[in-house]
Design a protein. Sequence first.
Length: 262
Amino acid sequence: MQNKSTKPELFVMGAGPGDPDLITVKGYKILQQANVVLYDNLANTELLALCREDCEKVYVGKRPYGDYTPQENIHELIRHYAFTKGMVVRLKGGDPFIFGRGFEEIIYARQHGIKTHFIPGITSMQASGFEDIPLTHRSVSESVWMITGTKKDGRLSADLKLAMQSNATVVIYMGMKKLAEISKSYVDAGFGNTPAAIIQHASLPSQRSAVGMARNLEWLAEQHQLSYPAIIIIGDVVTVQSQEILCYEDKDKGQFAAVPAY
């Protein structure tokens, strides 16, 4: 039943890649005003400490390959709380519009007369910089392909075969169950030796990673005990640091010397 004194509003907000300090200033302020927060599995729960004591916090997470809250239930919770409590924040890991279902939730809310707002978040692929992996680098990669490792029907996206034909950086989300298939795709196309990295828990103190070649992705994950949540990055940017040469001037000799970048 609708409380006539409330103004139904939904804020779909990105919680960033994990580090709670990586949310936006706007997101920080909105969390302090929220009446209800519906938060995901990948949203850092430390962010909930920003909310008022009387703010209701409801877990609606979806654990990879495990227990999950059906999307239909989340929609119903959005409608219920918006009309009974007013200001609802839907806190989602990363960016809600990049392989999240944030826009589905906005469409649903609008269809039921709920005012909607979007607050972007830093997506996990941008945390690759913490491992000295730029997503683009001059003369190495001029574009980025973001690909889901698991489509709605469970298959690997066919876009991967298109992406590997270019010099673009390929970033694969939700692909840890598809490592063997991803590697085979690269080997079959003649690109098995393309540099590749797996980064788990990007931006968190528990962040771990491994670097190798696309043909060895499954082996890398096993050897380094990497699992989800993780992103897979494939392309020459993965090893650009080791390829770069830094020059410094020897002041005594007045000459320049070349040294490895790390």
